[in-house]
Design a protein around this ligand. Structure first.
Ligand SMILES: [Zn+2]
Length: 576
């Protein structure tokens, strides 16, 4: 407690009265505006030196990204944290500003942590970081109605940024300045745990709070074990005590949840998927859109309170597991990615829902779904929370990134990836990938014609490298980030996000009438080529009917064809 706080507690009735949030002042109807929110934290920091408001980098509208640090030690730099004695927790709010529950919950939480005596012990072994409003441009784009199905607040922001990007898809591609600033915070503070606060869409059911815990098959096994056996059961039990019984996020398989729910897979483009690349255990809180705003904010507060309690109780174990996981990832040889649900593996969970029924639509006359709130039920429903990888990657000793990929290099450095420049031009025997097939989205997805279903062929070649090209050794705590971003088949990697589309275009061709004679000579002089050519004729009816295909086949199998076509430019060093 600092002097001002002491003074106010002596002479005013109650200092908390002067620190009521807009949410509280409005009787739970309103969410703080961006300006109110930042001003509030600044006011709080003037009352208590346990609250610091820092600025990190910029955002798409030039305003700085704010970070609030709440700690007993009045910490304002990551280097001041004694990691033997403290777990670092981070909460991100308003990545989707139409879903502002966490914004208002965190304002009250920060205040209560420093001003309510009974909350003070929670800061004994925890440093709490809060991003008060992440998508600032979306928060400023405020209206009554951008969330058509949501019960309050009276006004809130919009999901997209001013670039119309969803920041919760941007964690690898980094189209938004916000993402770069966020990742700078993440690298600097190396949080042990993360919560990203949201409000759900979808089905109706009885719960106010649902959650997505980091999909455990993607987590380093030590962390997965702790998450599944200790943390998730604890959170469920404690939230029952606070009268906010929870369900896993309701990602229903069919029309309604009775048919079963499948755990939401947060691949690295999502916040908690990104966090898991750094051995940080994440939760997404998803309050239910049809519950009143005030109830949702209180349930978010309760969740964060329980979560802090557990971190404070288990800080030693949390720190030890994080360090062990980092060490294990440094040594790890095989990296799994591109997960999909394993529908052969199922558990059941109790679920408190409402009967899904149908009636004729008053609008269209067609049968429509409705949830009958007069028919609540508790049923055991199937829950699919086992995922299996569809790719397994043996790590190379190092990757080499061409120096022209400046943005990619900068993103990797911002994420704590260590790299070194090659000092002189050289030719090196390396593994290369050829992109043999891929598909792309028909419409722009988050500003990209994103690639998927990528297949590759591996080859070993002598490749010319230049002074200034960048070598990334795969012996780092950031190995998961390195492999998942640089392997071309990765569903959220840099290739998928169009960082290397240049290689997908052929640069040289031939004129048929000239090539005819050369092709004939090649078939005469190269028995192996002739054999391949005849095989293709046998196997492919179109080939026989299409002279252009035949000429092209010979061209592509000759020394005249550019071997850089479809060759992925990041190469793998597998021995020195
Ligand atoms: Zn959301």
């Amino acid at each position: 407690m600092n002097f001002l706080l002491l003074l106010s507690s002596l002479f005013l009735t109650n200092p908390i009265d002067s620190l009521k949030t807009p949410f509280e002042k409005s009787g739970g109807k309103q969410s703080a505006t961006y300006q109110e929110c930042i001003a509030y934290y600044k006011q709080l920091s003037s009352f208590s030196n346990e609250v610091k408001v820092l600025q990190y980098g910029t955002t798409s509208i030039g305003k700085p990204l704010n970070l609030v640090v709440v700690s007993k030690e009045a910490i304002s730099k990551s280097s001041e944290v004694n990691r033997n004695n403290k777990a670092v927790l981070i909460i991100n709010n308003a990545i989707h500003p139409g879903e502002p529950d966490g914004v208002d919950a965190c304002m009250m939480l920060a205040r209560d942590l420093v001003m309510k005596k009974e909350m003070q012990p929670l800061l004994e072994h925890v440093v709490l970081l809060i991003i008060p409003v992440y998508n600032i441009s979306g928060a400023l784009n405020r209206s009554c109605c951008s969330r058509a199905n949501q019960d309050g607040p009276e006004e809130s922001g919009f999901r997209g940024t001013i670039q119309n990007l969803d920041l919760n898809r941007d964690f690898i591609k980094n189209d938004a300045a916000e993402t770069f600033s966020f990742e700078n915070i993440f690298t600097e503070w190396k949080p042990d745990w993360f919560v990203d606060t949201h409000v759900s869409d979808g089905a109706d059911y009885q719960y106010t709070m649902t959650y997505i815990a980091t999909q455990h098959n993607k987590l380093q096994p030590l962390l997965a074990d702790y998450e599944q056996k200790i943390l998730v059961p604890y959170m469920n039990a404690e939230m029952i005590k606070k009268n906010f019984e929870m369900s896993p996020y309701v990602n229903e398989i069919k029309e309604s949840p009775d048919s079963g729910i499948v755990e939401f897979l947060e691949s690295p483009k999502f916040s908690t998927g990104y966090a898991s690349l750094f051995n940080c255990i994440g939760f997404v809180t998803e309050t239910h859109m049809l519950k009143p705003f005030a109830q949702r904010v209180h349930s978010t507060y309760a969740f964060l309170n329980c979560w802090m309690q557990k971190a404070n109780d288990d800080y030693k174990q949390i720190r030890l597991l994080h360090q062990k996981a980092d060490d294990a990832v440094k040594q790890q040889q095989l990296f799994e990615m591109n997960y999909k649900p394993d529908f052969t593996s199922v558990t059941t969970i109790p679920f408190k829902g409402y009967e899904a029924e149908h009636k004729p639509s008053d609008v269209t006359g067609a049968p429509r779904l409705f949830y009958n709130r007069d028919k609540p039920f508790t049923k055991q429903i199937p829950f699919f929370n086992t995922f299996i990888p569809t790719e397994e990657i043996q790590k190379p000793i190092a990757y080499i990134i061409p120096q022209y990929s400046k943005k990619l290099i900068s993103i990797s450095q911002n994420n704590g990836v260590l790299m070194q420049e090659i000092s002189k031009d050289t030719v090196m025997k390396v593994e290369v990938y050829y992109i043999t097939d891929y598909k792309s989205t028909d419409h722009p997805y988050e500003s990209h014609y994103m690639h998927h279903s990528v297949t590759v062929m591996k080859d070993t070649q002598m490749i010319r490298l230049y002074a200034g090209d960048v070598m990334v050794k795969v012996n780092q705590p950031t190995n998961k980030f390195i492999v998942e971003t640089l392997e071309p088949q990765s569903s959220d990697g840099f290739f998928a996000w169009n960082y290397f589309d240049g290689v997908l275009a052929q640069k040289e061709y031939f004129s048929d009438y000239v090539w005819e004679d050369k092709a004939f000579q090649l078939l005469q002089s190269d028995a192996q080529l002739k054999n391949l050519f005849e095989q293709e004729k046998k196997n492919n009816p179109d080939f026989i009917k299409t002279p252009a295909m035949q000429l092209d086949f010979i061209y592509k199998h000759s020394q005249y064809f550019e071997n850089s076509y479809n060759r992925y430019p990041v190469v793998r060093v597998v021995n020195f």
